[in-house]
Design a binder for this molecule. Sequence first.
Ligand code: CA
Length: 228
Amino acid sequence: MTEMVMVIEDEKEIRDLLQYNLERAGWKVATFADGEKGLDQIFASRPDAVILDLMLPGKNGLEILREVRGEPATADLPVLVLTARGAEMDKLLGFEHGADDYLTKPFSPREVVARVRALLRRAKPQAGSAAIERGGLRIDFDAREVSVSGRKLTLTPREFDLLAFLARHPGRVVSRDELLRKVWGYDYLGETRTVDVHVRRLRMKLGVEPSFIETVTGAGYKFTTPQG
Ligand code: CA
């Protein structure tokens, strides 16, 4: 099935440029100029990826991002944020609110297409599978069971969710803030140390070297296995 990319951007020229190029790349495209309407349509029509401008009428991009991430159904939706030229602050805020990637205006259409393709690829392969098996670790997402070399582990629901989230995004560095948002829920007011405590316990239970959860200093955690 053709994937659908949604564009929320109030500048008509950019919107048209994006639509033209994304359609040429083979995707279905829906465009919105207003933030409020765009957000409604994210929930209503469930696109496969969103290109989101930050400065929008109705509702700004950061508010949209926050609501999208706070909703379990769209928490993992790939979002590429568009920022104004040289607006470092926009980028930082975008990442903090859960943007997967960003592009600074002006950008080349080819670059946008490449970024969207990467986001869709990253989102797809693991997302739909019911189980993964890597380096002796087996995670059954439906049964919520984990085993290492055939030995079944007893995990708390939170530990399972944490491991499952990381394993569904292999190779990607996930920040403690993002883990708090997506595993604990957006409104959870815990400290990022909570994440460290759970990771430590999870590693002990996994009990193998190398551990599947790698610490990336100053950035967060990453799921890795011997086979990649
Ligand atoms: Ca704008």
